[in-house]
Design a protein around this ligand. Structure first.
Ligand code: ADP
Ligand code: MG
Length: 669
């Protein structure tokens, strides 16, 4: 390991700045890749603009001068004659080259052109007329106080002078198969690229390595799940479970029944369940979760249900109390607004087993909760959570089964590769009788039409969501905010409707009050930010009006739209923006979450589709699942084959960096 401070130019202060970039060692510095490159072309001084970076050669005219500006700042100035003109050159601080700058010498200058002063501020001077036609300069993202040049310099100094280690994660036979350049060479060329072709090769190698390791990690997780000795197997009381299902106020849809059957089978098997339940908004995932919870309860295990927001946790809690009102399940709610006294009691009752079902937010895992016999963990809207959060469920000697629920469907093509360690159940159909939500786009200037539509719904005693992107204005920004909308709505409907406001900055008590008033139909119009985006279920709401719709991703809009149409009444989603956009129009055409996420994915990149999977411990620095999908498929083929080789020849020293890297995720699963 190479200490940062052993690198020339890095003192304690600079080290701190570098740490802020998430870099703690010299090796990590080498893994800090440029996010783009500036390509500097050779110039003949025609078509050149102020500020352009260029390469130019010429002959030194007259004697260069050193000017001492201050103790730490010096510059050398001289003139060169090029093919077409005379140019001034300024070089800061590199006074050591002064003695080589002789009148009449040929030089190649790389630098930035200042048109007014007819000067090039040189970043590099080479002697002789070099066959240099382009220079590729890496650009790093950085923070205040640390320049790109400094980062570049530190990295170069490691590459030139230091004895650093690179971990190679591609086995030799695969390196040969693809004719990859070595890792060391790749890293060198990423930071100090000499030509575009080699840079491309370097990037190919690094990307492939990331994708290969990614799939390998997924495969490793999978084998861990399959071989988990602490996994639970239960005998389920199918009779009682069926009776419970029959007692529900509705029949399960076919897809719900199929998902339930998948899950119950998982719970019985002596293998740990790791299942993703994906289903479009409003498809009825919650009840599937409750059935699993009931089955788990009958087998004498505790369940934990985790939601990404307090609003949603509350709602699940209320729903669970209703569903289980005739059963002996002891249910508790744990969020950040639970009082210390209540919390203490809850911890105790989780530890002694009195609580059968705990529902909560991240508070569930942030605190040191110890369960007596936790058998099932369910995360709702799982794309909001990291993979590693599940691990925090402290438990005594058993691995709970895990069910993740998500309304952000993963396009089929990607699901298998990305979630290779996860079984997937999909609910594609909606409960019967649901009318498709009608989506209508309106331009801002047509707001009166929107108000008329709202009035019609209010007259039918239906409720309405009104959504704005933010709480208050960013100074003179002309966006509709929650505050503006409150005024507008009060003016339009203050006499005939009760209007409530909810957003992330309210404290939880206020939030809960507003939400519960809305649920009980004491509020007719709820103005909110996207805090209502996930999960909220108020079936009497028949209209959602979204201002500045262009500011949201399609998946978010689809989620928001999912707040209505949860009943058999015709519901509407009104999207408002200044200008019509093709992507907004897509929502008018389709209600299919899969189609929308596919479109979002194709046009915007993976976004938060893969959540933490993408950016967290399993994430990529250079590769991109979408752009490099073909490579990912190859890497998957190779990794699927290699994992078996690895398990058979795990003492081969060539593989030890790979094994070490895999073991790092042991704590994350
Ligand atoms: P989501 O999948 O978005 O989480 P919910 O679980 O909140 O959806 O379900 C949406 C609504 O549909 C709820 O009011 C729920 O009670 C109702 N529901 C669920 N399943 C059925 C069904 N099979 N028949 C009728 N209504 C159902
Ligand atoms: Mg839900």
């Amino acid at each position: 390991m190479l200490e940062l401070e052993s690198i020339e130019g890095i003192g304690p202060k600079t080290k701190e700045l570098i740490n802020k970039l998430g870099i703690t060692t010299g090796e990590e510095l080498l893994n800090y890749y440029p996010y783009r490159y500036d390509i500097i072309k050779r110039s003949d001084m025609t078509n050149i603009e102020d500020g352009d970076k260029i390469i130019i050669d010429g002959i030194i005219e007259g004697q260069p001068t050193i000017i001492y500006i201050s103790k730490s700042l010096k510059k050398i100035i001289f003139r060169i004659s090029t093919k077409s003109s005379i140019l001034n050159v300024t070089i800061y601080n590199k006074t050591y080259i002064y003695q080589d700058l002789k009148c009449g010498k040929e030089v190649t200058i790389i630098g930035k052109y200042n048109k007014i002063k007819n000067t090039i501020v040189a970043s590099d001077v080479r002697f002789g007329l070099l066959p240099l036609t382009v220079k590729i300069e890496p650009v790093y993202s950085t923070i205040n106080g640390l320049s790109i040049k400094q980062i570049s310099k530190f990295i170069s100094s490691v590459l030139y002078c230091e004895d650093y280690e690179v971990n190679n994660f591609i086995p030799k036979y695969l390196e040969e198969k693809y004719n990859f350049i070595s890792k060391k060479e790749a890293i060198y060329n990423i930071h100090i690229p000499t030509d575009i072709l080699t840079l491309k090769k370097a990037r190919q190698r690094i990307k492939y390595e990331e994708l290969f390791m990614y799939v390998l990690k997924i495969n490793y997780l999978k084998s861990k799940i399959e071989n988990d000795k602490k996994a639970i197997s239960r005998t389920l009381d199918r009779d009682k479970i069926n009776k419970f299902i029959l007692s529900l106020p509705f029949h399960l849809t076919l897809d719900q029944a199929k998902a339930v059957s998948d899950i119950l089978d998982d719970l019985e098997k002596p293998k740990r369940m790791n299942r993703l339940l994906q289903g479009d908004v409003g498809s009825g995932k919650t009840i599937v979760a409750f059935i699993a919870i009931y089955a788990n309860y009958l087998a004498n295990y505790q369940s934990a249900l985790m939601a990404p927001t307090e609003i949603l946790a509350n709602q699940h809690y209320e729903e669970a109390k209703k569903i289980f009102s005739n059963y002996k399940l002891n249910i508790a709610l744990l969020t950040s607004s639970t009082s210390t006294k209540e919390k203490k009691e809850i911890y105790e009752n989780l530890n002694n087993g009195k609580i059968n079902l705990i529902i909560g937010t991240q508070a569930l895992i942030q605190e040191k909760v110890v369960y007596k016999k936790l058998g099932l963990v369910i995360t709702d809207e799982q794309h909001r959570f990291g993979v590693n959060q599940r691990d925090a469920f402290k438990n005594k000697g058993i691995s709970p089964d895990v069910l993740s629920m998500s309304a952000t469907p993963i396009p089929r093509t990607y699901a298998l590769t990305i979630y290779g360690d996860t079984d997937i159940s999909s609910i594609k159909s909606k409960p019967p009788g649901r009318k498709e939500v009608i989506t209508i786009f309106k331009k801002e200037k047509d707001i009166t039409e929107v108000l008329e539509m709202m009035k019609e719904e209010l007259d039918k005693k239906h409720q309405i969501y009104v959504v704005a992107p933010m709480i208050e204005d960013d100074e003179n920004d002309k966006k509709e905010t929650v505050k503006d909308l409150e005024e507008k709505m009060n003016k339009a409907f203050g006499k005939i409707a009760k209007i409530g406001v909810v957003h992330g900055k309210l404290d939880s008590k206020e939030k809960n009050k507003v939400m519960s008033d809305f649920e009980k139909n004491r509020i007719n119009i709820l103005i909110s930010t996207t805090v209502i985006e996930v999960g909220v279920n108020v079936p009497n709401a028949s209209m959602i009006v979204i201002f500045n719709a262009n500011m949201f991703g399609l998946s978010t809009l689809h989620q928001l739209r999912g707040r209505v149409g949860r009943n058999n009444i015709q519901s509407y989603c009104i999207l408002i923006a200044k200008e019509s956009q093709e992507r907004l129009r897509l929502l008018e055409k389709t209600n299919d979450g899969f189609e929308i996420s596919e479109y979002d994915f194709q046009t915007r990149g993976e976004g938060d589709l893969f959540g933490v999977r993408q950016s967290g411990a399993l994430g990529f620095k250079m590769a991109n699942i979408k752009k490099d999908f073909k490579m990912l498929l190859k890497a998957k083929e190779d990794a699927d084959e290699f994992i078996n080789i690895l398990f058979t020849f795990n003492t081969n020293p060539e593989f030890s960096p790979i094994i070490e890297e895999l073991q790092k995720i042991d704590n994350l699963d």
